[in-house]
Design a protein around this ligand. Structure first.
Ligand code: DX5
Ligand code: ZN
Length: 241
């Protein structure tokens, strides 16, 4: 795991110390008529990763981005691409998204029958492996897999759409995941996805998140992409103190 990308998914802090929190703007809420420019603006504003939401109309009730857009995003930025697969049969698409330029490939625990094998396939493709949990999925479903994952993603909305309302009971799930990782002494980053914005980001950071995904709060922010990323970072750091 000593690839340059490793630093992008690995928590940098230890228990009791402030973590360096990473911001991952989700292009789901970007203007696709000028996607390259929007990604470049996010990169210039200090985004740490670019989050790409892949939806198939089967695992979630929406259809969004495929490998073609991932490879276009790859050409638009040098930031790591954080590809979130909200699809059925993710095992059939690991190599496709790896070739398209993903750096982190995140799959849903609910979509994987053989999750350990799937994470092995992602690593074999040379990529970081993430595991995501829907809000209703209990934390115990990842208990056995945390030593094999680079990130665990806690969904704080039901996946499928940007701009939804944050589910506040997920804060306790994030905190319990942080405690689980510390108890097991596993170096695995906690990613939080859904409804992260100025009103929630401080609590999400305080609960123990390492990577914050934000779609509407970045790309639909009235103050513009750069200021929105700066505000989120400031509020996250304040919450993490
Ligand atoms: C939701 C996606 C999210 C989405 C987040 O299914 O996985 O990544 O883009 O969007 P916001 O931040 O607007 O809730
Ligand atoms: Zn996502």
């Amino acid at each position: 795991m000593s690839t340059p990308e490793a630093a992008d998914a690995t928590p940098t802090g230890t228990a009791g110390h402030a973590r360096h929190i990473k911001i991952a703007p989700s292009i789901l809420s970007a203007d696709f008529t000028c996607l390259g420019a929007q990604i470049a603006e996010a990169e210039a504003a200090g985004a740490d990763l670019i989050h790409v939401d892949v939806m198939d109309g089967c695992f979630v009730p929406n259809i969004t981005i495929g490998p073609l857009v991932v490879s276009a995003a790859r050409r638009a930025t040098s930031l790591p691409l954080d590809v979130h697969l909200m699809i059925a049969h993710p095992e059939d698409y690991v190599d496709v998204f790896a070739r398209a330029g993903a750096d982190i490939i995140t799959v849903h625990v609910e979509a994987a029958v053989h999750l350990h094998r799937l994470l092995q396939a992602i690593h074999k493709a040379g990529k970081r492996a993430g595991v995501s949990l829907n809000p209703a999925t209990p934390l115990c479903t990842v208990e056995e897999i945390v030593p094999y994952a680079d990130t665990i993603m806690v969904m704080t909305v039901n996946p499928g759409f940007g701009g939804q309302e944050f589910i506040p009971t997920m804060l306790d799930k994030i905190a319990r995941l942080r405690a689980l990782l510390e108890r097991r002494q596993v170096q695995c980053a906690i990613e939080v996805d859904g409804g992260v914005g100025p009103n929630t980001v401080g609590r999400v950071a305080a609960a123990g998140a390492d990577i914050l995904v934000a779609g509407a709060a970045v790309f639909a922010a009235p103050e513009g992409i750069a200021q929105a990323i700066g505000n989120l970072r400031r509020l996250a750091e304040a919450g993490n103190e």
